[in-house]
Write a protein that binds this ligand. Structure first.
Ligand code: NDP
Length: 283
């Protein structure tokens, strides 16, 4: 029978553990704080930021929101990041992406001190992930690994295929699978014979941003399928990159959308904020 890997349930367990740690830090007089910067009025970004604030509230993490107008300049944003870098109440800084087009994303991300870069996007943290000596793991790939471990799905020696090579999901995902002893193939829009590559996977992780792109003929019988995609189908309903109903009976385990990887991403952000607070206070 196909197992549904339930991100809501797993993230609730992760958050419960984090809440316990946040409470015991508070008993020692240490508060945990996350600053979230949002620039402009992108509706999706507003929803993500609201969800992050809600998670902070649930876990007893202080959240500091900076909602800046669309016309904010690079200089103004750099000034804010500098202030937050030097604010002891703030253990983690997150700048919600994408930023409006006139802003320089790399410049802003690189200005966050690596110790507070809870998204793990700063080149120093990216480099540390590469060599396997990391403080923070990128939230979405880390959430996927957590789901696999929680579900007792061993990655050792498995053929893992990652579809998508973005800096946020695909590339770090492949690196984390490698660190967990998987044999990893990374596919992208120029991959030849994508169907055959996917159909060879014991564990297939899909992060491309195309509704229901992965069909039943692209998955191996008994494979584990992790769907990172978040799209709207033709009826405006939230759906993943995998045609869930079509592949369901063929696979051994699968993540749903919604309720799969999404909730895990936020849980791992909370984990990174806690890690930052511990590193900054328990020296
Ligand atoms: P990007 O657009 O940055 O990257 C998409 C990747 O998919 C690229 O590497 C691209 O290849 C590849 N791709 C696109 N079309 C095809 C195709 N037809 N065949 C093979 N590969 C293809 O997206 P992200 O990585 O940021 O996000 C991917 C999806 O995951 C989106 O739906 C996003 O909303 C979702 N997401 C979900 C999160 C969550 O918490 N659940 C968090 C982050 C993202 P190439 O490099 O060649 O262009």
């Amino acid at each position: 029978m196909t197992k549904i890997i339930n991100g809501k349930e797993i993230s609730a367990a992760v958050k419960e553990r984090i809440k316990g740690e946040v409470t015991s830090l508070r008993e020692k007089g240490i508060e945990v704080g996350l600053a979230v910067i949002i620039v402009g009025d992108d509706p999706a970004s507003k929803v993500y930021v609201a969800n992050k604030e809600k998670a902070c509230e649930q876990l007893g993490i202080n959240s500091y929101k900076y909602a800046l107008p669309e016309e904010t300049t690079n200089e103004e944003l750099l000034e804010l990041v500098k202030k937050l870098n030097n604010d002891d109440k703030v253990n983690g800084i997150l700048c919600q992406l994408p930023l409006p087009k006139h802003l320089d994303e790399s410049l802003i991300i690189n200005s966050i001190v690596p110790e507070k870069d809870v998204d793990a996007f700063h080149p120093q943290n990216v480099g540390k992930i590469m060599i396997g000596d990391f403080d923070f793991l990128p939230c979405t790939p880390a959430g996927v690994i957590e789901m696999l471990k929680y579900s007792n799905i061993d990655m050792t020696g498995k053929k893992c295929v990652v579809v998508g090579r973005s800096n946020i999901v695909g590339k770090p995902m492949s690196m984390l699978l490698l660190h967990n002893n998987a044999t990893v193939t990374v596919c992208h829009s120029r991959t030849k014979n994508l169907k055959d590559e996917c159909a060879a996977a014991d564990i297939l992780v899909v992060a491309i941003g195309r509704a229901k792109f992965i069909t039943a003929d692209m998955v191996k019988e008994g494979a584990v399928v992790i769907d990172v995609g978040m799209n709207r189908d033709e009826n405006g309903k939230l759906c993943g990159d995998v045609d869930y109903d079509a592949v369901f009976d063929k696979v051994s385990a699968i993540t749903p959308v919604p309720g799969g990887v999404g909730p895990m991403t936020i849980a791992m952000l909370m984990q990174n904020t806690l890690t930052a607070a511990k590193k900054q206070n328990l020296k």
